[in-house]
Design a protein around this ligand. Structure first.
Ligand code: CMX
Length: 134
């Protein structure tokens, strides 16, 4: 679907601690945790109406999220939008002057192909484009 927000990423020190806001206060249970070893990350998704929240906890100090947490502390990390074809979106983004962080789509959580656009090129927000693979 065009223009759909796929998820909102929030950096946290501990998924176990931060998930209380959703599970205990709001009554929303996580729909699954996934460890992404190659990115040094543990993630948990929460279904909030049509939008999902992704909690990001670093597994080690080399993770990009570790650097983010040490500079800014826990908080809003990225916006992710669904696209139909990530490779086409990368070309289009480059032509429009955005800065994709990779030249090709990368494997994302839950059978997706993703690319990030540098926040300095995208309204100050780290922007993820997500293609759901069939
Ligand atoms: N949102 C907004 N701005 C951000 C940001 C973010 N998430 N992360 C960094 N920045 C800003 C910094 O504030 C800094 O701005 P100033 O120069 O004005 O201080 C600038 O970008 C550079 O920041 P940095 O800490 O020096 O970080 P790097 O340049 O080393 O890396 C980035 C920044 C975006 C290229 C890197 O974080 C990256 O590659 N991110 C994409 C991958 C990622 O974050 N993966 C983790 C979780 C996502 C997932 O896999 O689901």
């Amino acid at each position: 679907m065009k223009g759909k927000i796929d998820h909102i990423g929030i950096a946290v020190n501990s998924i176990k601690e931060s998930i209380k806001l959703y599970s205990e206060l709001l009554g929303v249970k996580p729909s699954g945790e996934e460890v992404l070893e190659e990115r040094g990350l543990k993630v948990a998704f929460l279904e909030m109406g049509d939008t999902r929240i992704e909690l990001l906890e670093p597994l080690n100090e080399n993770s990009q999220v570790s650097k983010f947490l040490s500079k800014k502390g826990p908080g809003f990390h990225h916006m992710a939008y669904e696209v139909e074809n990530v490779e086409q979106s990368i070309e289009k983004a480059k032509n429009l002057g955005f800065k994709p962080l990779t030249d090709e789509g990368q494997p994302g959580a839950h059978n997706t192909t993703i690319v990030f656009l540098h926040p300095k090129s995208a309204n100050g927000i780290l922007t993820e484009l997500v293609q759901h693979n069939k």
